[in-house]
Design a protein around this ligand. Structure first.
Ligand SMILES: N[C@@H](CCC(=O)N[C@@H](CS)C(=O)NCC(=O)O)C(=O)O
Length: 212
């Protein structure tokens, strides 16, 4: 399998963790967001969305990190990222969507570029936007975990799931923008647990071949 990825992309980071955790062989193909390669016609010919990640498997190209992770679970061997029980699955999907739907789109590259340009924000203004949505989203994650007896060593008891693949990259992202993460002890405890696992550690930005 080929993964179109950028070292700093948190959506690609989710899929890198999933591939590693399931023990699947994959080859990275770097698409530099810094050089706007994702918007070039060559890449749009592969993924018309013009976003990373995209996964090529058997000549088919898949997009959207959550859909890719669910596909990997359904089509490939290895430890499961989605549990069998329907209520557990809904819990894992709900947590994953807090990251992928409530946080990430508001802090994505094109969103930050748009607010910077349109509202004439300086660096401090953009950082304030970024940190506001991190605080809102992390408070959601924290209260979601605190309110649910399923929360354990990982998001779902002692079982690594798609939810952990979403949590870890979002923490990396927030740390990059110097956000205060002390108010989210459950999120940070799970983050520390996940980072003890090689599948997560090997997927982190600084360990990617395209890291600069
Ligand atoms: N919902 C998509 C998000 C993909 C996405 O937005 N990726 C970012 C990198 S993390 C990207 O390609 N951004 C380019 C841009 O914003 O211009 C997913 O989960 O795969």
């Amino acid at each position: 399998m080929k993964l179109y990825t950028f070292f700093r992309s948190s959506a690609a980071f989710r899929v890198r963790i999933a591939l590693n955790y399931k023990g699947l062989a994959w080859e990275p193909v770097a698409v530099s967001l810094a050089k706007a390669e994702h918007a070039a016609p060559e890449f749009r010919g592969i993924n018309p969305l013009g976003l990373v990640p995209a996964l090529e498997d058997g000549g088919q190209v898949l997009s959207q990190s959550l859909a890719i992770m669910e596909y990997l679970d359904e089509a490939h061997p290895g430890p499961k990222l989605l549990p069998a029980d329907p209520l557990d699955r809904a819990y894992v999907r709900a947590f994953s969507q807090i990251v992928a739907c409530e946080i990430h789109p508001l802090n994505n590259l094109r969103t930050l570029k748009y607010v910077r340009r349109t509202y004439k924000l300086d660096e401090a203004g953009v950082n304030s936007w970024y940190r506001h949505w991190i605080a809102e989203g992390f408070a959601m994650m924290e209260s979601f975990l605190a309110a649910n007896a399923r929360c354990g060593r990982y998001v779902l008891r002692d079982q690594v799931s798609m939810a952990d693949c979403c949590l870890v990259p979002q923490v990396f992202n927030a740390q990059r923008y110097d956000c205060d993460l002390a108010p989210y002890p459950s999120v940070m405890r799970i983050f520390q647990e996940c980072m003890k696992l090689e599948a997560f550690d090997a997927a982190q930005p600084s360990r990617q071949p395209d890291a600069t």
